[in-house]
Design a protein around this ligand. Sequence first.
Ligand SMILES: [Zn+2]
Length: 174
Amino acid sequence: MPEPDVEVRRSQRRHRTVSAYRDGGRVIVLIPDQFTRAEEREWVDRMLHRLAARDDRARRTDDELTVRASRLAQRYLADHGARTRAATVRWVKNQNGRWGSCTPADRTIRISDRIMNMPEWVVDYVLLHELVHLVVPSHNATFWALVGRYPKAERARGYLEGVAATTGTPIDDD
Ligand SMILES: [Zn+2]
């Protein structure tokens, strides 16, 4: 991996927090002004690793998500056949408070990256929820009966409600 172009910015307003972001081809690392050179080197290194790990995760997961979705469809919705195959399944940044969304017309599913670090069984629930929407667009009894085939559906809903309540985000169970 080539060394990225790094720019370190010291800030007197920062005390302990370090952050980093990409700006075009370079990486900007913000550190507290009182950091020593040794601390600066240590933190720049640490933040570069963190950014690289984040990139790996982002690259990997659209494919991973697609594979997981088709496994879930086969396991829980096999009797609905090809109707539960999504054309694309991908992570998205802004979902306006929704964990996932589905457009049955073009069979696309989008999953909020806010759930990326939640337990696997919660991600699976959100995926299955959206897959069921390919067959049943509304939240009617048939819909919930299909979602209920996933053993941890209720638990996952409770988990997501808990997160929504503690973060104060209005969550549209879409
Ligand atoms: Zn829904």
